[in-house]
Design a protein around this ligand. Structure first.
Ligand code: BTN
Length: 308
């Protein structure tokens, strides 16, 4: 009902009477008034007068009704430990593909390699359940598709140049604006779900002790719409997963990467290696020429560009 009331208010720049809304939606004027009060308490600037209601501003909060085409698959929570935990439960209980848990704040946000992901207000933090029809071996392609499509979505919404860094970070210049964490479960030869968790520094200020992190607001000097970023990303990612093949995804990713050709430091659970990133193979592994001249294929790890 809130979505429908917002649509009516957004379609009319002028004041809309409570009676018109109630007739249109087939609910009483008191019910309309209660929904309006709820929307106001959630941050919608709705002016109410004797003549009716007028929408003056909307909060940039990713409430489910802000995504009318996928409302039943968006689960917004104001505050949570980590969206990864909720999404894992949901996926195990059979939530459909492209279900999304999105949080205003995470109190225990997780990064890759057991790091903490600071998640204060203003950032965009979500985990999406993906159910690709793929063998586990090909699952990295889904992550690479997600990071590439996210980079394109941010470029188009925020008008900023974004590059992907191996394996799945997003950079603007050499500043990290987003990171991705993924968890996969498989049954036999098929992936049962991949949960892709994405944290984007949109309008927050990343803590100064987090190396090369920056927010899009810090880089552009203005606020950006988290709703628009999420909506564009989900539409384009779902479209690609449903209709497009992922066969060319690594080629496309390589066109948008800042990693290949760079001097890099690779951290894995087995230690640190320095070298030059030569290529990324079809499975998403990094081909590294070490400073001692060896060629190594790195399947999992973290990568720091040496000019960071
Ligand atoms: C990284 O670069 O280390 C990955 C960061 C991933 C952070 C996101 S925020 C949403 C989701 N929930 C989490 O706890 N982590 C991921």
């Amino acid at each position: 009902m809130k979505a429908r009331i917002l649509t009516i208010l957004r379609d009319n720049e002028d004041v809309v009477s409570g009676e018109d809304i109630s007739t249109h939606l087939g609910i009483s004027r008191v019910a309309v008034w209660k929904h309006i009060q709820k929307l106001q308490s959630l941050g919608y600037g709705i002016q109410s007068s004797a003549k009716g209601y007028q929408l003056q501003s909307s909060p940039d909060t990713p409430f489910s009704w802000e995504f009318p085409q996928r409302m039943d698959r968006i689960h917004y929570v104001e505050r949570v430990a980590s969206t990864m935990d909720i999404a894992r439960d949901m996926a195990r209980k059979g939530a459909p593909g492209f279900s999304v848990v999105v949080a205003g704040v995470q109190e225990n946000g997780r990064g890759r390699l057991k790091r903490v992901w600071q998640s204060p207000e203003g950032g965009l933090y979500f985990t999406m359940v993906v159910r690709p029809d793929l063998p586990p071996m090909l699952s990295p392609r889904v992550n690479f598709a997600a990071s590439l499509i996210l980079a394109r979505a941010i470029e188009s919404v925020c008008n900023i140049e974004v590059r992907v860094k191996w394996p799945n970070d997003l950079l603007a210049g050499e500043k990290k604006i987003a990171g991705m964490l993924s968890e996969m479960e498989a049954e036999g030869d098929l992936v049962s779900f991949i949960n892709i968790g994405i944290g984007i520094n949109v309008n927050n200020a990343p803590p100064s002790d987090v190396g090369n992190a920056a927010s899009i607001r810090q880089l552009t000097g203005r606020d950006h719409s988290r709703i628009d970023i999420l909506s564009q990303f989900l539409d384009q990612f779902e479209e690609r997963m449903s209709t497009g093949s992922l066969d060319s995804i690594m080629l496309e990713w390589k066109e948008q990467t800042a990693t290949i050709g760079k001097k890099v430091i690779i951290e894995t659970t087995r230690g640190t290696t320095r070298g030059t990133a030569k290529d990324v193979d079809d499975n998403g592994a990094l081909i590294l020429e070490t400073d001692t001249g060896e060629c190594r294929t790195i399947i999992y790890g973290d990568c720091f560009h040496q000019n960071e």
